[in-house]
Each structure stands twice: as C-alpha cells, then as structure tokens.
Write a protein that binds this ligand. Structure first.
Ligand SMILES: NC(=O)C1=CN([C@@H]2O[C@H](COP(=O)(O)OP(=O)(O)OC[C@H]3O[C@@H](n4cnc5c(N)ncnc54)[C@H](O)[C@@H]3O)[C@@H](O)[C@H]2O)C=CC1
Ligand SMILES: O=C(CO)COP(=O)(O)O
Length: 350
C-alpha cells in the first residue's frame, strides 16, 4: 500500500484537538502515512498577526484551543487548494454552515481517489428544502466517499487526554481499519459501525436537545426534569431517524455517537450553555454566540432551524414538540419559561 497523505480541513476547537491525535498517530505509523499533515485554517488576525503564522510558530492554536501544543508535523495553511490537493484522506471538521463553500472552493483540486471523513455535527438542506447530511453534501461536491466520526467528545476533555469513546461510521470495512489507525488512542477508543447517516444524525440532533437541557438549568430546575428532557429528546431523535434515515439501526443510538454524546453535551457542551443563557438574557442567538464563544460556533440553533422547516413541510411538528419548542425559543418567538409546558403532553406520554 502506498503511503497516505492526510489533510485536516478546519482548525477550530475540535479541529485542533483532533489534530493532536491525528498528528501523533501519523508519526507512530510511518509505513502507512506521510508525516506532514496540512491543516487548512480560515485566515484571521490574532493580536495584529496572521493566525496561521502564530500557530506555526508556537505549535498551538492560541485562539481556538489555547494551552495545548500541536504536534510539529501539523502545519496550518490558509490556502485551501494548496492544503488539500495532495491529500488521500480529508478530515472535515468545520462548523457545518461553512462546508458547502469550502467544498466548492476545493472541488477542482481534490484527488478522485481520496477518502473524506466528516467530524461535523450539523445538517445542510437540499434544493427541495429537505435535510441533507453533511457526508452526502461532501460526497456530492467532491465525488469521493465520506465516512464519519462522532461521539461524546468535548474537545477540551479530549485535548486533556481524558478517557472517552467515539463512533466511526464507514461504508466498507477497510475504511474502518484505515481510519482507526488515524483516530484510535488508549484514551480515545473508537467503535466501527456501518450506519453512517444515523451516526451523523445523532451528532446533529443532540445539539438541539442540549439547548433544552440548558434551558432547564437556566430555570433552576433539577435532575429529574433534565432527565426527562434527555429521554424525550432521545425519543425524538429515534423518531426522526426512523422517518428520515433509510436503514436507521436502533443499536446505533446505544453507541458513543448516540446516548453518550447526548449525555455529554447536555451536561458540558456549548449548546447547553447557550440554553442556560437564553433564559437569563434577551439577546439574540447571534449576539450570544459573539459574547460567549468569541469565534467558535453554536451548531444547535442552525440544526433546529433545518429540522423545524423539514417537520413543518411534512406536517409533523406536533410529533416533535421538543425540537419545535427549541426552534421557537432560539428565534425568540417563544418564552423559554414555557419550555416545560410544551413537553407535558408529549406524544411519548400518550
Ligand atoms: N468543539 C467540540 O467540543 C466539538 C465539536 N464538534 C463539531 O465539530 C465541528 C467543528 O467544530 P469546532 O472545531 O469546535 O469549530 P469552532 O466552533 O471552534 O468554530 C470556529 C472555526 O470556524 C472557522 N471559520 C470561521 N469562519 C469561517 C468560514 N467562513 N469558513 C471556514 N471556516 C470558518 C474558524 O476559523 C474556526 O476554525 C462542528 O460541527 C462541531 O459541532 C464535534 C465534537 C466536539
Ligand atoms: O459535540 C460535542 C461533544 O461531543 C460538543 O458539543 P457543543 O458544540 O455543544 O460544545
């Protein structure tokens, strides 16, 4: 097998944490991978200098993952075409709203034999306004296979090398073997599952439920209420999967990408924090994102919007009262204090 070149497309909070794993695994497997990893970085200024320059000098993403060194074989590059044109494996790890533009810009340059893997937790929509999986979007634009990696993986804790699990979604077993070499660590255990779209859907929808968990926290409610939000949220995730994913397997919800990621994000994620803040502030989501995340991105409100539009087109809003309420709260159409009222008569209780 000829040696593979790897490019990481994205360099935010999770992109930088995963670069630490991928960069060192590549150095540990010199027969399989070329040592240099290009990391595409959306250029911006940091304290008057180009962020790429600072990152390559300090070997640290001082803006998005401060305090953690990047392996020296990981090189930040602002030119997407240059970064991606030699890649045999493309790791997509951007906020989902930037994927379409990114794929468009790299389309001409990507090798037709390359393999993509998406670590993104979000949805796009197709020309008819239906939910479109990010892996599918990448496949449509780049004409290459796209696998996924998703799990209970809060970036800060992964960077601290605390033990966790993750789920690799592949279409062929050999893709699982190759990707395990890139992502597996003693502190980051991966399970390979052949159910790409359900894994991906779990990652997107748990960000919506996490906003609900945060709302409950913001209202000062306790563990029982939060547990109800998690359970009803999970039931809506399963129902959504059954309706919209062909071949959706129930077992997948018991992998790290399902229940475990739901629990982790509802307790420690950025989307949970957003829900808590929404109760205490009158600001819009955009304003809160700027105030709280300083350049990082909440994926939950955007996913809630795509979900709401799909459900409303299909006359299914009543079947999904939690997703519906969270969308309305994020749009500031509904008072977050009315959230629990929306769950009292949930179809799961009938
Ligand atoms: N942060 C976390 O703990 C985890 C995040 N994820 C998922 O990974 C994906 C990426 O998240 P993060 O790395 O946390 O990103 P982030 O939330 O830190 O986002 C900031 C990134 O977006 C980039 N950006 C800003 N404008 C851009 C543009 N116009 N085009 C391209 N890039 C632009 C910034 O340069 C920066 O790299 C998301 O889908 C997220 O849900 C998954 C697991 C854990
Ligand atoms: O996906 C995540 C953990 O697995 C991170 O969730 P947040 O984007 O809510 O921080």
């Amino acid at each position: 097998m000829s040696k593979k070149t790897v490019c990481i497309v994205g360099s935010g909070n999770w992109g930088s944490a995963i670069a630490r794993i991928v960069g060192t695994n590549i150095l540990d497997n010199p027969d399989t991978f070329h040592s240099r990893v290009n990391m595409y970085m959306y250029e911006e200024k940091y304290e008057g200098r180009k962020l790429t320059e600072v990152v390559n000098e300090m070997h640290e993403n001082v803006k998005y993952l401060p305090g953690f060194k990047l392996p020296e074989n990981v090189v930040a590059m602002p030119d997407l075409a240059e970064a991606s044109k030699t890649a045999d494996i493309l790791i997509f790890v951007l906020p989902h709203q930037f994927v379409r533009g990114t794929c468009k810009a790299m389309q001409e340059h990507v090798k037709d034999t390359a393999l993509a893997v998406s670590l993104i937790k979000g949805f796009d929509k197709d020309a008819e306004g239906n939910i479109l999986m990010i892996s599918k979007l990448i496949e449509d634009w780049l004409k290459i296979d796209c696998c996924v990696l998703s799990g209970a993986n809060l970036a800060q804790e992964v960077a601290e090398e605390q033990f966790c699990e993750s789920t690799l979604g592949v279409k062929k077993p050999e893709q699982g073997e190759l990707l395990k070499m890139l992502f597996e660590k003693p502190f980051f255990r991966t399970s390979v599952v052949m159910d790409v779209e359900t894994i991906e859907m779990c990652g997107a929808l748990k960000n919506v439920v996490a906003i609900g968990a945060g709302i409950v926290d913001g209202m000062g409610l306790g563990h029982n209420t939060k547990a109800a939000v998690l359970r009803l949220g999970l039931m809506e995730m399963v129902a959504f999967g059954e309706l919209f994913i062909k071949g959706c397997k129930e077992d997948t919800f018991f992998e790290s990408c399902g229940i475990a990621d739901l629990v982790a994000t509802c307790h420690g994620g950025r989307n949970r924090l957003l829900g808590e803040t929404v109760v205490k502030s009158d600001k819009t989501i955009r304003e809160l994102e700027k105030d709280i995340l300083r350049g990082q991105s909440f994926q939950g409100p955007l996913v809630a919007k795509e979900v709401y539009h799909t459900l409303s087109q299909k006359n299914l809003l009543e079947r999904f009262p939690m997703f519906t309420a969270i969308y309305r709260i994020c749009e500031r159409e509904m008072d977050p204090r009315e959230f629990i009222d929306c769950l009292r008569n949930h179809p799961e209780h009938i």
